[in-house]
Design a protein around this ligand. Structure first.
Ligand SMILES: C[S@@+](CC[C@H](N)C(=O)[O-])C[C@H]1O[C@@H](n2cnc3c(N)ncnc32)[C@H](O)[C@@H]1O
Length: 222
């Protein structure tokens, strides 16, 4: 099935409200669990960069899972970052270790020159030019940094996309079902991601299918 792009930024207030109100607990817990299975559960420390952090749910979960880390999340959507900052205000246990920054991946200068760990969830399918993400990692990650990127993978057909929406979002509001469907159609395939990585300094990373709808790209930056 041909890829159908969706807009890069999630700036619509209704869309952000629905996204922040959705129950992503299982999916986001799974992100942390898979990260831990790949890189270990404890003792990671240093500065972490979460690219396309949205309202910072994974950014904050990561900070709780790794108490020796300081986590910076960046997102181009003002509405997402505003929503995340509101949540962070009440998150007294981690608010001194989490910073949410509004900025585009391609144009932003981040507060830290090099990060020890880079993570990203559900960003690539928004990007018309996924190299923006890979270049950002090349620029901002130290050599040897764990890199962990998770995203949707494009189903074979619109029928398969429909059935994934039914399985995972049947009880969510219409706006979320629509976004999930559009995101599945905008997602890249494993083969497309492997091809994108060729010729970058991340070509050695592992790219694999996880479960019925995700791709994980992981490994250490050289
Ligand atoms: C589906 S959301 C995922 C948010 C978060 N990572 C999560 O898992 O909940 C994708 C986010 O990427 C952001 N985004 C898309 N393209 C971007 C870009 N070029 N620079 C910065 N942020 C971008 C969008 O605004 C949106 O908040």
């Amino acid at each position: 099935m041909k890829r159908i792009p969706e807009p890069e930024l999630m700036e619509d207030e209704d869309q952000v409200r629905a996204y922040a109100g959705a129950d992503f607990a299982d999916a986001h817990r799974n992100f942390i669990t898979l990260f831990q299975a790949t890189f270990g559960q404890k003792d990671l420390c240093g500065y972490v960069l979460d690219l396309g952090c949205g309202h910072g749910d994974i950014t904050m979960r990561f900070a709780r899972a790794y108490p020796k880390c300081i986590v910076h999340g960046i997102d181009g959507s003002e509405a997402m970052i505003r929503c995340g900052k509101g949540i962070l205000k009440e998150a007294h246990d981690i608010q001194d270790r989490v910073v949410l920054i509004r900025g585009m991946l391609s144009a932003s200068v981040l507060p830290y020159r090099k990060y020890d760990i880079v993570i990203s969830n559900s960003l690539i399918h928004h990007l018309a030019m996924p190299h923006t993400l890979y270049q950002c990692i090349e620029r901002y990650a130290v050599s040897g940094a764990p890199v962990f990127i998770m995203d949707l993978r494009r189903p074979q057909s619109t029928g398969e996309a429909d059935s994934l929406v039914q399985t995972y979002a049947a009880h969510e509001p219409e706006i979320l079902k629509r976004d999930f469907y559009n995101s599945l159609l905008a997602a890249y395939t494993i083969e497309e991601i492997r091809e994108q990585l060729q010729g970058t300094k991340l070509a050695h990373l592992s790219v694999k299918a996880v479960g019925d709808r995700h791709i994980v790209i992981s490994g250490y930056k050289v």
